[in-house]
Design a protein around this ligand. Structure first.
Ligand SMILES: NC(=O)c1ccc[n+]([C@@H]2O[C@H](COP(=O)([O-])OP(=O)(O)OC[C@H]3O[C@@H](n4cnc5c(N)ncnc54)[C@H](OP(=O)(O)O)[C@@H]3O)[C@@H](O)[C@H]2O)c1
Length: 310
């Protein structure tokens, strides 16, 4: 019997829904009648645990698995290589093998940090990966194991993710701007900030097309439009937040990333070219500036709600 795609929702299983992308993807999918959603926090499903993964896949039999987990602390990865590779490489293979056993396609997130950043005009999916640090290396090795284990995959590389959830550059800039008169940001590293909400939109669009028969498996890039620096992004955060409160900061200082004393080397330019996603799925980039304004508004709304309920 053929499945009636018009009336039967696509069943998706999302891992890591406490994280930035997982949270927004879960919200968007739950609100969309196209999907029936099974959502797991890391406390409910540890993806490095093969038996746990197998049990949940057997029980729920999803049409697709979307893995939004990751060890993303780029500096900490240098001293915590074992944990980083366990999640970004070994657990991804684990998930891919378990999905393969049941012929379930896997949508997986990867990173601009698989590139070395020497190529200023932007990286395509065909460009050679050459990670600079252990975080990027672990993401690259995870990608490679997934490609080998499960042909029915989409690897979506994204960059500079910001949102109202967890530890990210937008929230760190806002926190600093509230506490300090002078703050600094690197003006020599180029990339494209990308909102977790917008990545959720992209994953939803990909899933809908896959479920309607598109067989566009493979690796894709997505980031929001407009290349900037951490300095440029911080300026925009301050402008957007300044609409809601008088921030303590009165000076933003551009610095070199070499003055930041980071443990991990980061790519100088990690702009992702997103034309393959447009050509294969018809998905266009959205500008990060409008996404940022919306995220800052949501940040202040969330704070007001927690203030009222406190
Ligand atoms: N953040 C970025 O700027 C960025 C840039 C490029 C690519 N990416 C990729 O995008 C994906 C999502 O990033 P994100 O920023 O949304 O991540 P995030 O906010 O750090 O969330 C990751 C989630 O994974 C969970 N997790 C950790 N270990 C787990 C395990 N063994 N089993 C199940 N879940 C586990 C974490 O739980 P705990 O919080 O409890 O540890 C957390 O909820 C990752 O693959 C990342 O590499 C992110």
């Amino acid at each position: 019997m053929t499945q009636d795609f018009l009336t039967t929702p696509a069943k998706i299983l999302i891992t890591g829904v406490d994280g930035q992308i997982g949270y927004f993807l879960n919200q968007a999918a739950q609100a969309d009648p196209f999907f029936s959603v099974v959502a797991f926090t890391d406390a409910k499903l540890d993806i490095s645990h093969r038996a746990q993964v197998q049990k949940q896949l057997d029980e729920h039999q999803p049409d697709y698995v979307i893995n939004t987990t990751g060890f993303n602390a780029v500096d900490r990865a240098e001293a915590s290589a074992e944990r980083c590779f366990a999640l970004n490489r070994d657990a991804v293979e684990n998930l891919a093998l378990a999905c393969g056993d049941l012929s379930i396609p896997l949508i997986h997130l990867s990173s601009d940090y698989v590139f070395d950043g020497h190529y200023a005009s932007g990286y395509t999916e065909d460009d050679q990966a050459h990670p600079l640090g252990l975080y990027g290396e672990s993401k690259w090795q995870g990608e490679e194991l997934l490609r080998t284990a499960l042909p029915q995959h989409v690897i979506l590389r994204v960059s500079w993710v910001f949102s109202t959830i967890g530890d990210n550059f937008m929230r760190r800039a806002l926190l600093q701007a509230r506490q300090e008169e002078e703050i600094s940001a690197a003006d020599d590293r180029r990339g494209c900030p990308t909102s977790a909400n917008d990545i959720a939109r992209v994953i939803i669009a990909i899933l809908k097309q896959l479920h309607n028969g598109a067989e566009n498996w493979g690796t894709y890039h997505y980031c929001c439009a407009e290349v900037t620096t951490r300095y440029g992004f911080t300026e925009a955060v301050l402008a957007a937040a300044g609409q809601y409160e008088k921030l303590k900061v009165d000076k933003l200082i551009p610095i070199s990333s070499s003055d930041m004393g980071s443990d991990a080397e980061r790519p100088a330019s990690s702009v992702l070219v997103c034309s393959k996603l447009l050509n294969h799925f018809g998905i266009r980039q959205r500008p990060w500036r409008s996404q940022l304004v919306a995220m800052i508004r949501e940040q202040y709304q969330n704070e007001e709600i927690s203030h009222i309920s406190a």
